[in-house]
Design a protein around this ligand. Structure first.
Ligand code: NAD
Ligand code: 44H
Length: 478
């Protein structure tokens, strides 16, 4: 085991998990995280704990909004048990890289952490919806929370510029994640704390590019000084992140953790044994040696992120909508259903044609094995959230690519038909702007409206729309 991670080998006595009791050091705070949930703790915090220089890199983690997780983790010095749940059994590990946990709505604490000259990196897992982007990937200025943050920050930054002093204190409480990041980055600029790297770890294509463009646009709207500093001093790194980490019932997981490890843990995380992290971009103020834990740094991230987002997340998106129409609650049972399995394989055939140059046989086999893990309770209802955007980002580009190449895009057509069935039956949300009651009929006009909501070009492509209709007829229960 590399780095500071501490594999549980002894059976202690049900003591409260603390650094002193576990004999673990407190690395210095050099990374700030926003959006602390299960995934950050199974992934980036785990890689940081397993870096060869883990002793030099501590994480200050902010939840999305709530205090509850911050309170639970603070009571145990940021420590938690990571349960690696394989098909055959569990492996337990205490992860020590998170050294302080705060509530995400504590804007002054977040601002101070980002503005600290010791901080080199800000990582994010704020969920896809947390970026509050419009369909074209730019900040959604029609979103009242975004508009209100712009209206709040403009005079706040104006007052700071007028005060002209580095130490000027202006209270502002932006509500959105990007608003808070901008406010904190401006404090870093004013304090002369130097460059920083932002690392988006959300399941969005070109997540770093989206984040950089969105922050640059918002910065331009609220402060020209910040806009120029952002362009010069903020590096935005894109990443493809992978480790299936389902939401769990903490109370029911705590007892087995205590039984196996001896520690009382109020915030364990359950994840799969597989893990992958591919990054592309610069870290102007340094970074942990994440390579020691298996992270890969590449110049061109696109093929890796497309492979992961289209094949793993695309298949999850379809299983979530369609699997529930067939009475399944979990990924592991849905994938054993031949109707679901056929859909996923057909989608992967289309994906593979759009991912030339990558050897996908092994990847497909490993995805199937991961989906089948019967001990990971990954709920389809959790994955089905915000599925219109997910189909748009994970299936539509493949369908367009296949159609442009003169092929039928049959796998994408059946995946879209399956999603329609899920929407009509209420297992996936109705796209914004459409009426659930009208869509529930799933008549031809309702299906046309759903296809339009995904992509106008596909809706206008008659052979493709006809293929969706014929796939729908096959899937629809008689
Ligand atoms: N769980 C996984 O298997 C997995 C794998 C790869 C990537 N991810 C990415 O990580 C994200 C988080 O997953 P998780 O499992 O940690 O979820 P989670 O529900 O455990 O935690 C999500 C965190 O994001 C915060 N959040 C939610 N909405 C927000 C908003 N609008 N603004 C700011 N913060 C917000 C929540 O408060 C919470 O702190 C996913 O949405 C996905 O993009 C997850
Ligand atoms: O909400 P989504 O669709 O982005 O993600 C749900 C799951 O597919 C996702 O969390 C995967 O388990 C994860 O991306 C695996 O690395």
């Amino acid at each position: 085991m590399t780095g500071l991670a501490h594999e549980i080998v002894s059976h202690a006595t049900g003591r409260r998990l603390t650094r002193e009791a576990a004999g673990l050091p407190t690395p210095p705070e050099r990374i700030v995280h926003l959006g602390l949930g299960a995934f950050h703790r199974a992934h980036q915090a785990w890689y940081t704990a397993h870096a060869s220089d883990a002793a030099d890199w501590g994480i200050v983690a902010f939840t999305g909004r709530s205090r509850d997780l911050a309170d639970r983790l603070t009571a145990q010095d940021g420590l938690y048990t990571l349960v690696e749940r394989g098909a055959e059994g569990d492996r337990f590990e205490v992860v020590p890289s998170i050294v302080r946990v705060e509530a995400g709505d504590d804007v002054p604490a977040f601002t101070a952490a980002v503005a600290d000259p010791m901080t080199a990196i800000l990582t994010l897992t704020i969920t896809e919806a947390g970026y509050r982007l419009a369909a074209d990937g730019t900040p959604n200025l029609a979103d009242p929370a975004v508009a209100s943050d712009v209206a709040l920050l403009r005079p706040a930054f104006g007052a700071l510029a007028e005060a002209g002093a580095m130490q000027a204190e202006v209270e502002a409480h932006p509500a959105t994640a990007l608003g808070r990041i901008l406010f904190a980055l401006d404090a870093r600029r004013r304090g002369g704390a130097g460059p920083i790297a932002l690392v988006s770890c959300d399941n969005l294509p070109d997540n770093g590019g989206l984040l950089r463009r969105a922050l640059a646009e918002l910065a331009g709207l609220v402060s020209s000084e910040l806009g120029s500093w952002f362009a010069e001093s903020v590096a935005v790194v894109s990443t493809s992140v992978d480790r299936i980490t389902p939401a769990i019932d903490v109370e029911s997981e705590s007892a087995p953790v205590t039984e196996a490890s001896g520690w009382r843990d109020a915030a364990p995380v359950v994840t799969e044994p597989f893990s992958d992290w591919v990054l592309s971009g610069a870290f102007p103020a340094g970074r942990p040696e994440w390579e020691a834990a298996g992270a890969r740094f590449v110049d061109d991230l696109e093929p890796w992120e497309n492979r992961k987002l289209w094949m793993l997340n695309g298949a999850h998106t379809v299983l979530a909508a369609f699997g529930q129409t067939r009475g399944h609650a979990l990924v592991s049972t849905a994938i054993e259903d031949q109707a679901c399995r056929r859909l996923v394989e057909a989608l992967w055939d289309d994906d593979a044609r759009q991912l030339p140059g990558l050897d996908l046989a092994e990847y497909r086999a490993s995805l199937l094995e991961r989906f089948r893990n019967p001990r990971i309770e990954h709920r389809l209802s959790q994955i089905a959230q915000d599925s219109t955007t997910k189909v748009r980002l994970r299936i539509v580009p493949v369908a367009l690519g296949e159609r442009a190449a003169g092929r039928s895009a049959g796998g994408c057509a059946s995946a879209i038909a399956a999603w329609m069935l899920g929407v009509g039956q209420g297992f996936a949300p109705t796209p914004r702007g459409l009426e659930a009651a009208a869509i529930a009929s799933l008549e031809a006009s309702a299906r046309h409206a759903l296809l339009c909501a995904l992509d106008e070009r596909l809706a206008a492509d008659e052979p493709f729309a006809a293929r969706v209709a014929s796939e729908f007829a096959v899937l629809e229960p008689s």
